[in-house]
Write a protein of this length. Structure first.
Ligand SMILES: Nc1ncnc2c1ncn2[C@@H]1O[C@H](COP(=O)(O)OP(=O)(O)OP(=O)(O)O)[C@@H](O)[C@H]1O
Ligand SMILES: [Mg+2]
Length: 481
């Protein structure tokens, strides 16, 4: 590891100590010096200091106060305290308050150098961990859930609200709409990052196996139970239990589940010992549970227990505005995965995607893009590279819905007939996005540009186009509000 670009700030009120330390250390590190808290604070503000070494006594000021200040800035340095021999108790106090280590005066330069290097190493490991965490957030937090449409806003809002609580969440929606993704986001935003999330796919298991999966069993409790086994409830203790396809569980397991959630206790099969569990339950279904309750196949008391907060995932056909963003993300993902340079879609292919009604929702779109990326070797992904169901245009297409009906403050009529794609003009669609963004940001151009991921200058240019297209009155109207 190289240290010469690491910034070390030395704070001491005695000039000869500052000068001495600078001379001894400046071959190894990038050294800054300060004589008091004010000077040190200025340097901390303007430089990204890696390590701060401060004397305990700074004239009338205290190095301890400086450490406290330094640790409160956004990217705090690692702090070391220099103390007079015999004041170890003060040094320990400093470490309790967040200092990394201390060195006793008179200073041994070699020792100081080692301590500084160790501090720098710690700091870089810490920032690696931070970066990893950010990556995980990116992958599983809300950032990974793509969608700017109005239809998705209540979903995001509810996730943010409910994630840090203990409330049971029921996620409903068609297959492939992102229910599992949402459950992960809820878990990851729960504020208990180290807690575990355990998933049970309820549909895959028979009645007895599901019960044993959920609650565990003692040895010999049923034929085939040769070993004692801990259930998923116990495994998820302190974390999240995700029950996927909850609509598939039979009535007798429903009773046990109700008890486990309601009383926060379980019993393993073949045992009557009661075990306390502290588990946050999130479940998902693509069945209509209310209907099932009416038909008597789902217990109403369990339904009410599970449905403390519910999230309904909108089908992709109701949020076609998100298709462009999703396609962009999936193109990036699969081009990277297949080590291809970034591919684009032809206008016709994009129009085809926008016209299709996506019964398999986002999962189906994702697979279609993967297909396109794999099949296309050069140039742009065209209709011929898409999966067969998208290639013939007699299939499940429907009238273009982008974005039809009432959106925000103004009406946008839908364009095009059911099987005539030629009058769908991409430029026109783009204008609609611009209008939607302006609407959503109440006419704030900078914010609208951010929302669409374009520069403010591009935004200005697009707005000019809108003026020429005669849509300006709407923009003007928005600006007034
Ligand atoms: N908003 C989204 N942004 C990015 N990817 C998404 C989004 N929604 C779904 N996906 C992706 O689509 C696929 C299907 O999502 P997921 O498994 O969460 O759906 P599901 O609702 O649980 O489906 P099923 O009911 O069939 O289990 C996954 O690969 C997921 O990453
Ligand atoms: Mg799922």
């Amino acid at each position: 590891m190289d240290f010469f670009d690491k910034i070390v700030l030395i704070v001491d009120d005695e000039k000869h100590t500052r000068d001495g330390l600078r001379m001894s250390l400046e071959d190894e590190f990038d050294i800054y010096v300060a004589a008091n808290i004010r000077e040190a604070a200025e340097i901390l503000k303007s430089e990204s200091v890696d390590v701060m070494v401060t004397d305990l006594r700074l004239g009338g000021e205290s190095g301890m106060d400086l450490i406290e200040q330094a640790l409160s800035i956004p990217h705090p340095p690692v702090c070391l305290l220099m103390t007079a021999f015999g004041s170890e108790d003060i040094a320990v106090e400093a470490m309790k308050r967040g200092a990394y280590d201390y060195v006793s005066k008179p200073l041994n330069i070699d020792e100081l150098e080692i301590v500084i290097k160790r501090a720098i190493k710690t700091r870089s490991t810490e920032s690696e961990v931070e970066a990893l965490k950010a990556q995980v957030d990116k992958r599983f937090g809300l950032e990974s859930i793509i969608g700017n449409s109005l239809a998705m806003q209540p979903v995001f809002e509810t996730v943010r609200q409910v994630a840090p609580t203990r409330a049971t969440v029921l996620i409903e929606g068609e297959s492939g709409t992102g229910k599992e993704l949402i459950s992960k986001a809820i878990h990851n935003l729960s504020g208990r990052p180290r807690a575990k999330m355990v998933t049970v796919h309820c549909a895959a298991l028979s009645e007895q196996l599901l019960e044993s999966e959920l609650f565990g069993h003692e040895r010999g409790s049923f034929t085939g139970a040769t070993e004692r086994r801990i259930g998923r409830f116990e495994e998820a203790n302190g974390g999240t239990l995700f029950l996927d396809e909850i609509g598939e569980i039979d009535l007798s397991t429903q009773v046990k589940l109700l008890r486990a959630i309601g009383e926060r206790t379980i019993e393993r099969l073949g045992s009557n010992k009661t075990i306390k569990v502290d588990v946050r339950v999130v479940c998902a279904t693509n069945r209509n549970l209310v209907q099932m309750v009416k038909e008597g196949t789902f217990r109403d008391d369990l339904y009410f227990r599970l449905n403390v907060v519910s999230i309904t995932m909108p089908p992709l056909r109701d949020r076609k505005e998100d298709i462009v963003l999703l396609v962009d993300a999936f193109l990036r993902e699969f081009c990277d995965e297949n080590k291809k340079k970034r591919l684009e879609l032809t206008t016709e292919a994009m129009q085809r995607l926008l016209a299709y009604n996506w019964p398999g929702n986002v999962r189906e779109l994702r697979t279609a893009i993967e297909h396109g990326v794999v099949m296309c070797n050069a140039g742009k992904i065209g209709i011929r590279h898409l999966p067969p169901f998208l290639r013939d245009d007699s299939g499940a297409h429907e009238q273009l819905l982008l974005p039809s009906g009432q959106r925000g403050n103004f009406e946008i009529e839908s364009t095009g007939g059911s099987d005539d794609f030629t009058d769908l003009d991409l430029a026109r669609m783009e204008q609609r996005y611009i209008l939607i963004a302006l609407d959503r940001t109440k006419g704030n151009r900078t914010e609208a540009a951010k929302l669409l991921g374009i520069s403010r200058r591009t935004m200005q240019r697009k707005i000019k186009d809108l003026e020429e297209a005669g849509e300006l009155p709407i923009v003007e109207e928005l600006r007034k509000n």
